[in-house]
Design a protein around this ligand. Structure first.
Ligand code: SAH
Length: 241
């Protein structure tokens, strides 16, 4: 039996003997680009049922069938961590989404701040990046990517009990680490290149669930700040041990 190397996210139930229909895009990738033939092995996950080894049963130009054989990994949900960030230039936004998936965020929430560079995003594109990142990093879960929402609306509807760790560039160099109980419902907030406006800063400071954090003595680019904050949270409160 050849070893399965390709991992695919599918919108389909998974279980022993389950037949899975592949989409036209997946058929192109599997049978045209990767040249998989009948009998080849792939790994599948659907975000809920762990990872499954499946065998190619039918190949076609616009479709095909895979048959699930055996579960190869359990379903693992990330800790309850949201990443709120102000979208920046396209390639850098894509990078943040990819890294958020690798680092184990449970939800990705683009927010519009007063100095946000991007006026709109394409959530379906960003979701495709999230799927790709999950496929390559071995995750069995794909965090949903929200549409762009104004920061003040998000704050106004903030769920009770969720901590919001705010990476505040004004605290650069102060000793303000991430601390809190393991696994506590949390979110990280990363600002745009222009930082937060004075009005946003005073609003944020007054919120009962806000926890300002510092990311060291230097001012980081937004995408670096996102990865750094995810790392700190995972180390202190997340699933890294
Ligand atoms: N233009 C701003 C910097 C923005 S950096 C200025 O010059 O002040 C982009 C975002 O990364 C910031 O809004 C903040 O959320 C985060 N960030 C960068 N460096 C940081 C640091 N040392 N501590 C805390 N947050 C930081």
């Amino acid at each position: 039996m050849k070893e399965a190397k390709i991992r695919l996210f599918v919108n389909w139930p998974l279980g022993a003997g389950q037949a899975v229909a592949v989409t036209a895009d997946q058929a192109n990738y599997l049978f045209n680009v990767m040249r998989l033939a009948r009998g080849a092995q792939v790994l599948l996950f659907n975000g809920q049922s762990g990872e499954w080894r499946a065998e190619v049963a039918e190949t076609g130009k616009r479709g095909g069938v895979l048959i699930c054989a055996q579960q190869t990994a359990p379903q693992i949900m990330p800790p309850d961590l949201w990443l709120l960030f102000a979208p920046i230039k396209k390639a850098r936004t894509d990078f943040i989404v990819e890294k958020a998936v690798e680092m184990g965020a449970a939800r990705i929430c683009p927010v519009q701040t007063q100095h946000t560079n991007a006026g709109h995003i394409r959530p379906e594109k960003l979701t495709a990046y999230a799927v790709e990142a999950a496929e390559q990093c071995g995750a069995t879960f794909v965090p949903p990517v929200d549409d762009l929402r104004p920061l003040d609306k998000v704050l106004a509807a903030w769920p009770e009990g969720r901590l919001l760790f705010w990476a505040d560039e004004a605290t650069a160099g102060q000793n303000l680490p991430i601390t809190g109980p393991k696994g506590a419902a949390s979110a990280l907030l990363i600002g745009p290149e222009g930082g937060f406006s004075d009005a946003e800063k005073s609003r944020l400071r007054a919120l009962p669930f806000i926890r300002p954090i510092s990311l060291g003595p230097r001012i980081l680019r937004a995408e670096t700040a996102a990865v750094a904050a995810l790392t700190l949270w995972q180390t202190e409160m997340g699933d890294w041990e």
